[in-house]
Write a protein that binds this ligand. Structure first.
Ligand SMILES: Cc1cc2nc3c(=O)[nH]c(=O)nc-3n(C[C@H](O)[C@H](O)[C@H](O)COP(=O)(O)O)c2cc1C
Length: 379
């Protein structure tokens, strides 16, 4: 089973991901992992921390001569801003963080909780996701994340091929698919920053080239929609997840929701095996299994909790009302979150892919994938 864990504190010595069950024989490009780490550090509205850190991955185990060995892969991103031993505790819990609850639950400090709850940890989730993307790319499966809404303002995507849209996203300072929207959205972020406030937004990820049958209908914890939702919801500050039409499906009659099934022989050799759906309201998943259409998943990110103009809180010692503590913070991290959501989605899709076509090596998976496509095309 492909899986991973992370370790590390925000201002601790280092961040680690341990990836287990990654097949042997996959060529690993560490520059491509670093490029994703760099994207996670970018996006308009980030705070001072990103100027201190220049994240680079150090692949500590599991790779030999540029290829995975099939043994556990330890990924490390060292914190340049290591200063945990010098940091004091926070006296006043910040609303929207785990500060109050964590201090009570662990009968300890706020610092001890915030250091791990911080989204700094997602650097190594992005590194693990970048490994997964390299496995998926071998099978022409492409994971692509972008921002569709920020601070309540929509960022309507322009028309274009996947490649054209990727170029636009990579030029955009807000990681949107419409460069005309950059300037007004950046202004919105600047205004929020000046007001001591913060902004959230909506992220969409699409996965193209997905074959039929990833995930299962058979057991609740192996349904792919469930696994994706858990992975996305478990990203800091994500408060909602939708697949396909999502909540909008609840507002429409069935005739305007479910995707008709058609057949086009000329598409038989594609991942959709010729089964064409004129719409993709299901977002590529029916009954917990991929249906040959692109996976479409959206995440709602709340505004950053730490406000430069702090909210009301109390002093934990005196219980007297005081303003919440302030820690150096982002005004908006929706763009960065789009990289994280892209990464965790990639990992779950890769996990389901290895579950379905698994084997110890890439060669075995390739053979099984090819055989399945041939058998399924005859079904
Ligand atoms: C990319 C990213 C960057 C974040 N940066 C900050 C930040 O600078 N300041 C902050 O207060 N919260 C930040 N957050 C959000 C907090 O980590 C998160 O709200 C907090 O840990 C509480 O968890 P919850 O919102 O999931 O309940 C960030 C989240 C993400 C995804």
């Amino acid at each position: 089973m492909l899986r991973y864990w992370t370790a590390g504190e925000s201002h601790g010595k280092t961040l680690l991901a341990l990836v287990d069950g990654f097949p042997a024989g996959v060529t690993i490009d560490t520059d491509a992992i670093d490029a994703e780490l760099k994207r996670r550090q970018g996006g308009y509205g980030r705070g001072g921390r990103q100027r201190i850190e220049t994240d680079r991955v150090d692949v500590r185990t599991g790779i030999w001569k540029g290829k995975s060995l099939g043994s556990p892969i330890a990924l490390e991103v060292v914190n340049r801003d290591y200063k945990l031993e010098q940091l004091d505790d926070l006296p006043r819990p910040r609303p929207g963080h785990g500060d109050l609850t964590g201090a009570i639950k662990y009968l300890g400090s706020i610092r001890g909780v915030l250091e791990r709850a911080s989204a700094r940890e997602t650097a190594v989730r992005v590194a693990a996701g970048a490994l997964a993307k390299q496995l998926l790319a071998t099978f022409d499966i492409n994971v692509f994340g972008y921002v569709t809404e920020l601070g309540g303002e929509k960022i309507e995507a322009v028309d274009g091929t996947l490649e054209e849209l990727r170029t636009i996203r990579d030029k955009s300072e807000i990681y949107g698919l419409n460069l005309d929207r950059d300037a007004p959205i950046k202004e919105l972020i600047d205004r929020a920053g000046k007001d001591g406030d913060t902004l959230g937004g909506i992220i969409e990820v699409r996965v193209d080239g997905v074959p039929f049958g990833l995930g299962t209908h058979a057991q609740w914890d192996t349904k792919l929609d469930g696994r994706l939702a858990q992975a996305v919801m478990a990203v800091q500050a994500i408060k909602g997840v939708e697949i396909g039409l999502g909540f909008e499906a609840a507002r429409r009659p069935g005739s305007q929701v479910h995707d008709p099934i058609q057949y086009d022989e000329s598409l038989r050799d594609t991942p959709m095996l010729g089964y064409v759906r004129p719409t993709n309201n299901a977002g590529g998943i029916e009954a917990g299994m991929t249906n040959g259409q692109p996976i479409i998943i959206r995440a709602a990110m709340k505004p950053i909790s730490t406000l430069a103009k702090p909210l009301a809180s109390i002093n934990l010692e005196t219980k007297e009302p005081e303003e919440a503590s302030y820690e150096r913070s982002d005004v908006c991290a929706v763009s960065a979150a789009s990289v994280i959501i892209e990464s965790v989605v990639a990992f779950e899709v890769a996990r389901a892919f290895v579950d379905k076509f698994g084997g110890d090596s890439l060669q075995e998976i390739e053979a099984r994938y090819k055989q399945f496509q041939e058998m399924a095309a005859k079904r």
